[in-house]
Design a protein around this ligand. Structure first.
Ligand code: VAH
Length: 317
C-alpha cells in the first residue's frame, strides 16, 4: 500500500504535484502538509512544521507513510534576506525527513534540487551533470549539501532517495514564492490582465526553464523508474527550454500585441547571472527516459488560455 506524505504541499510545485499524486494513487493515499493549508484544498492534510522532528514522526506513524516528497524549502531570492535562517530551515527539514525515514523504513523519498547548485565556475552553455558546484546563494548551498546528504543516506543505509535539479518552474495552477525565476510566471498574469510588466531581470538574461506539466511528468517518471536505473543519487540535471525575458515577452506579444515590458533589474540579477544558460540532461534521458514536451510558444499558449479562464471565472488557485 502506497501512502505518500508531501511536505511544502501549498507551494508552487507542491500544489500541483499533490493533486497529480492524488489522481494517480487515490485521494486517501496522499497526505498534504505545510505550515498553511489553502481553504480550497481538497483531500487529507496536516499543518506541519518539518523543522519539528517529533511532529513529522507523528504524521509518518499516524498515516503509516511509505513515501515522502520533501518540497518544503526557502527559495533563492527570499533565502538571501536571512542567510543563516535559510540554511538552518533548509538543512534541518532535510535531516528530519532523512532520519524519520531511516528509523521508520520509508521506502522512497523525493528530494528536489535546483539549477541553483551551479555557481560562476561552470560552463554556462549545456552545463554538464557533474561540474564543480560553487553556488552563490544559501538556497543553492543548501541544495548542494542536500544532494550529498541524500547520496550519503543511499550509500550508507540503502535508502531509495531520488532527486532532480529543477530549472525555473512555470505553471498556471499556483503562484511561485521567493524565487529568482518567478518573473516568468508573473509576466503571464500581467499579460492576461492587460497590464504592463516590470521585469526584475535584464532583457538578455538566459535561464533554463520548464513548464509545470513537464515537471510533474519528469518527477513521477523518475520516482516510478526501477531503482537499478537510477545511477545518479545526488541529483539529475533536467532541462525543458531556455529563454530570456525578451524572448518570453515576444512569445506573449504574438497573442497580446500591445503588451508592454519595462526592465528594472534588482538584486536577483546577480543570482541569475551565476546560473547556467542551458542544461545537459542527457543522463536523465538515458537512465529513465526523460523527454520534455513543451517549448516556449506551446507553453505560452497553454498559460494564456488557462489564466484567461482563471481570471474571468474567478477560479481560486
Ligand atoms: C528559484 N524557482 O528561483 C526557484 C528555482 C531554478 C530556480 O530553484 O529559486
Amino acid at each position: 500500500m502506497v501512502k505518500i506524505l508531501v511536505t511544502g504541499s501549498s507551494g508552487q510545485l507542491g500544489t500541483v504535484l499533490t493533486k497529480e499524486l492524488q489522481k494517480k494513487y487515490g485521494i486517501n493515499n496522499v497526505i498534504a502538509s505545510d505550515l498553511i493549508i489553502k481553504p480550497t484544498f481538497k483531500g487529507i492534510s496536516e499543518i506541519l512544521d518539518v523543522t519539528n522532528i517529533d511532529a513529522l514522526e507523528k504524521v509518518v506513524l499516524q498515516y503509516k507513510i511509505t513515501q515522502i516528497y520533501h518540497l518544503a524549502a526557502i527559495l533563492s531570492a527570499k533565502g538571501e534576506i536571512n542567510p543563516l535562517r535559510t540554511w538552518d530551515i533548509n538543512m534541518k527539514t532535510l535531516f528530519n525527513v532523512l532520519e524519520v525515514s531511516r528509523l521508520h523504513n520509508i521506502k522512497k523519498i523525493f528530494h528536489p534540487s535546483s539549477i541553483a547548485v551551479f555557481g560562476d565556475e561552470i560552463e554556462k552553455i549545456n552545463t554538464p551533470q557533474a561540474p564543480n558546484l560553487t553556488p552563490l546563494t544559501v538556497y543553492g548551498m543548501s541544495k548542494t549539501a542536500g544532494e550529498n546528504w541524500v547520496n550519503y543516506y543511499h550509500k550508507k543505509y540503502g535508502m531509495d532517495i531520488r532527486s532532480i535539479r529543477y530549472p525555473g518552474v512555470i505553471g498556471y495552477q499556483s503562484l511561485p514564492g521567493g524565487g529568482t525565476t518567478d518573473y516568468a510566471v508573473e509576466i503571464y498574469h500581467k499579460a492576461v490582465k492587460e497590464e504592463n510588466f516590470d521585469c526584475f531581470l535584464e532583457a538578455s538574461t538566459m535561464l533554463p526553464m520548464i513548464f509545470m506539466d513537464d515537471v510533474i511528468s519528469a518527477t513521477i517518471q523518475l520516482m516510478e523508474a526501477p531503482s537499478e536505473n537510477i545511477k545518479i543519487r545526488t541529483s539529475y540535471n533536467l532541462a525543458g527550454m531556455s529563454f530570456t525575458p525578451e524572448q518570453v515577452y515576444e512569445s506573449i506579444k504574438k497573442i497580446y500585441p500591445d503588451f508592454k515590458i519595462n526592465y528594472q533589474p534588482d538584486f536577483r540579477q546577480d543570482i541569475a547571472n551565476s546560473w547556467p544558460d542551458s542544461i545537459d540532461d542527457s543522463a536523465a534521458k538515458r537512465h529513465w527516459g526523460w523527454k520534455p514536451r513543451y517549448d516556449l510558444d506551446e507553453m505560452t499558449n497553454v498559460m494564456i488560455e488557462k489564466l484567461k479562464e482563471y481570471y474571468h471565472l474567478e477560479i481560486k488557485i
